[in-house]
Design a protein around this ligand. Structure first.
Ligand code: NAP
Length: 244
């Protein structure tokens, strides 16, 4: 279904991003795995994807909070794999604490990676998507933005920003056949949530954590032609955590 498509997945080497890389590759897309550094984990994933799915995969280093680095990355990916058609803005960090004790540096780091990173990568792909009259942008939001989770002022605000940015991008690019949608996961079992199970599982109506593959299935739908008439939406995937 995604044969001939080139997907850039930020934060692609582990957690939800790695599951998205594998799912998109299983549907035929070539994959750019993008993280802060090209780690052994990224190289192992590159090998696994190439061998399991017969598509091209390559690991790249890029700090998404750096606008120039994002532009350079898209140039590199285009030279290596071809014109980008799918952008998954998945890179994200947390620095949780109450507002009272939140350091300015921790507020800035989370906004810069999660929100500005999503903006930077969207801007880096914007002209190409416009020109080719095709593009699929999938942004990782969070139910934290919808719930206003205590202890996550920086994170929740960054993800609320991502949701607003999703809507703006969708409106600006809709006439060019480019869609942009956001996923709002609840509690997904990754490094980010390790050790926090006791705090959250009880609040989830389904009484269990989600798996990275649950999110990857939804991301693949939003990256595929099956969602061509869907844009500017936010879809929760949270076992019911943020039912309102
Ligand atoms: P994770 O396991 O902590 O992985 C985060 C990934 O982001 C890593 O690959 C990391 O690369 C990369 N990254 C961090 N800062 C970066 C930067 N400045 N530039 C490039 N890459 C960077 O996280 P996850 O749980 O899979 O989360 C993935 C996304 O889903 C995030 O946006 C997160 O906010 C969102 N989300 C997760 C949950 C959850 O319950 N897990 C819930 C809601 C939303 P390195 O390995 O190089 O550091």
């Amino acid at each position: 279904m995604l044969n001939g498509k080139v997907a850039v997945v930020t934060g692609g080497a582990r957690g939800i991003g790695a599951a998205i890389c594998k799912k998109l590759a299983s549907l035929g897309a070539d994959i750019a795995i993008v993280d802060l550094k090209v780690t052994e984990q990224a190289e192992a994933l590159q090998k696994e994807i190439t061998e399991s799915f017969g598509v091209r995969a390559q690991a790249f280093a890029c700090d998404v909070s750096d606008a120039e680095a994002c532009k350079a990355l898209i140039k590199q990916v285009t030279e290596a794999l071809g014109s980008v058609t799918i952008l998954v803005n998945n890179a994200g960090i947390t620095r949780d604490t109450l507002i009272l004790s939140m350091k300015e540096a921790d507020f800035d780091a989370v906004i810069n990676t999660n929100l500005k990173g999503t903006f930077n990568m969207t801007q880096a792909c914007y002209r190409t998507f416009m020109k080719q009259k095709y593009g699929k942008i999938v942004n990782l939001g969070s139910v934290s933005a919808l719930l206003g989770t205590a202890g996550q002022a920086n994170y929740a605000a960054s993800k609320a920003g991502v949701i607003a940015l999703t809507k703006v991008t969708a409106r600006e690019l809709a006439s060019r056949n480019v869609t942009c949608n956001a996923i709002a996961p609840g509690f997904i079992a990754t490094d980010m949530t390790k050790g926090l199970e006791d705090q959250y599982i009880d609040q989830i109506p389904m009484k269990r954590a989600g798996q990275p593959e649950d999110v990857a299935n939804l991301a693949a739908f939003l990256a595929s032609p099956e969602s061509d008439y869907l844009t500017g939406t936010v879809i929760r995937i949270d076992g019911g955590l943020a039912i309102s």
